[in-house]
Design a binder for this molecule. Structure first.
Ligand SMILES: NC(=O)c1ccc[n+]([C@@H]2O[C@H](COP(=O)([O-])OP(=O)(O)OC[C@H]3O[C@@H](n4cnc5c(N)ncnc54)[C@H](O)[C@@H]3O)[C@@H](O)[C@H]2O)c1
Length: 452
């Protein structure tokens, strides 16, 4: 749906806006247990499944994947945990998930498929009244984002973006620091996705398809190499914004008293992946002819209504250690994650960094204090425990999703907007107001207590 048409919905939108992230039925009873299905049981799906099967309040009742190796691995994970074997979908092909979306059998579905499937699968699930927990991103094109939003507003079916970095321990401690005013007035923030993805290697467990790699991609690839690298061939933009922008948007109260107003994106040349394929595959490898469009360093700047600026960097095709590159800076000091450094005027020695650890201990979020033991061993340093816990708890309590449809759409739409900016010669663009004006009165809800 185009923005103009969307706005012309008038009363429908006004009513719908109230429904965003709402519970499936107002006044519906809370539940002790929920029945969950999963579409896409690849590498990410299996990490999330591990969290689901160790919970007593979740029954994993249905799994769907079109790759039999991945599906079987996931089914075995459930059985190994001593739980009943879920119903299996996928043999019928790419649309097999449709048969699974039955609200009489499912209280929620987790979508962990390649990006291009997220929007259609989420829309169909919401229309079928099956609440959605969707892996990042929400969609690919700008139209996808309007369509996902429209489906959520019209159906009222809960939707949560499963953005796990919002639950990282240091990120949550910084959220408390921001809310307590430790940094003074927020002025500028940085973050991004800085992860060397050139060699996306996974063992398939099948001798006929041993490993994926950054050299073999597309149909010859495995797991993310099968689909993700194709995006680097065809697209140039901030392809993976939510790990960086999610925490920063929570700090800045985006869609809840603040909003993004303008965006622009610059992309460097694309050199890293080509050089990697030449070196690892040789000049005669078929992929040595591939020309990648994705700039190696893609830099996006966002302006906020409250006057803050935010820089995001996407950096996945050059050698580098992993870092999300966070920086949160205000009138009284700053935090940076790459050097684990803090500086607060009047407390830190002038012009010197404090080690972040002592600050983190002091501001540790109540959620982490309460659930650190349960989170131990969970994916990504424990944060995957929290994102699943939040989704399941909100479903059980019919509570608003803590990372809701507006968060999802706003963070994820950075991708198509950044592509547009680059295509227009790095032009600065208006950022759409997906909330239809309700950002002015909406109040922050994320992580305000020690429940989820
Ligand atoms: N939040 C995080 O930390 C994190 C980490 C890794 C991946 N991800 C996200 O998770 C998603 C999946 O990534 P992944 O690494 O698991 O990739 P993957 O390729 O290992 O898994 C995707 C699975 O989806 C299946 N699939 C594809 N089309 C399907 C369809 N029509 N119906 C059913 N199944 C289908 C594939 O066969 C594959 O097994 C992506 O959106 C990715 O960005 C998030």
């Amino acid at each position: 749906m185009k923005r103009r048409n969307f706005l012309s919905l008038g009363p429908a939108l006004a009513g719908g806006a109230l429904l965003a992230g709402a519970a499936p039925g107002a006044g519906a009873a809370t539940r002790d247990r929920v029945r969950i299905g999963m579409i896409g049981t690849g590498m990410r799906g299996q990490v999330l499944l591990r969290e689901l099967v160790r919970r007593d309040d979740v029954e994993v009742v249905a799994l769907c994947d079109i790759e039999p190796i991945m599906l079987e691995r996931a089914l075995k994970m459930v059985e190994t945990a001593g739980k009943p074997r879920p119903a299996a979908y996928g043999a019928e092909g790419s649309l097999a998930y449709r048969a699974m979306l039955d609200p009489s059998k499912l209280d929620g579905v987790i979508i962990a498929t390649p990006w291009e499937w997220h929007a259609p699968m989420a829309i169909e699930a919401m229309r079928a009244k099956v609440p959605v927990g969707c892996e990042v991103v929400a969609g690919v094109t700008l139209q996808d984002h309007w369509d996902v939003l429209d489906a959520q507003l019209k159906t009222g079916t809960p939707y949560m973006l499963l953005e796990n970095v919002c639950y990282r321990r240091d990120v949550m401690a910084v959220l408390r620091m921001v809310r307590s005013g430790l940094f003074g007035e927020l002025v500028h923030m940085q973050g991004g996705y800085q992860h060397d993805l050139r060699a996306v290697k996974f063992n398939s467990g099948d001798p006929a398809k041993p490993y994926g790699s950054g050299v073999e991609f597309g149909t010859k690839g495995w797991s993310e190499a099968r689909w993700r690298t194709e995006h680097s061939v065809r697209r140039n933009g901030e392809l993976y914004p939510s790990h960086g922008i999610g925490p920063l948007a929570m700090y800045a109260n985006i869609n809840r008293g603040n909003r993004f107003t303008r965006i622009n994106t610059f992309a460097s040349k694309a050199a890293g992946l080509h050089e990697y394929v030449l070196r690892e595959g040789g000049k005669d490898h078929p992929n040595a002819k591939s020309r990648f469009r994705l700039g190696d360093i893609v830099t996006t700047t966002l302006a906020c209504d409250n006057g803050e600026t935010i820089i995001l960097q996407h950096d996945t095709s050059l050698p580098r250690p992993y870092s999300l590159g966070f920086r949160v800076q205000g009138t009284q000091g700053l935090w940076m994650d790459v050097n684990r450094g803090m500086h607060i005027e009047g407390i830190s020695k002038p012009h010197q960094w404090d080690d972040f650890k002592a600050w983190q201990d002091k501001y540790d979020h109540p959620l982490w204090r309460k659930y650190a033991e349960q989170a131990a061993g969970a994916g990504h340093g424990g944060m995957d425990y929290f994102v699943i816990h939040a989704f399941i708890s909100a479903l059980k309590e019919n509570a608003p999703m803590p990372i809701d449809i507006y968060d999802a759409i706003t963070w994820s739409a950075i991708t198509p907007l950044s592509e547009q900016s680059i295509a227009l010669g790095f032009q600065t663009l208006d950022f759409p107001d997906f909330t239809g004006g309700s950002w002015r009165s909406r109040k922050p809800i994320f992580a305000f207590d020690d429940r989820y």
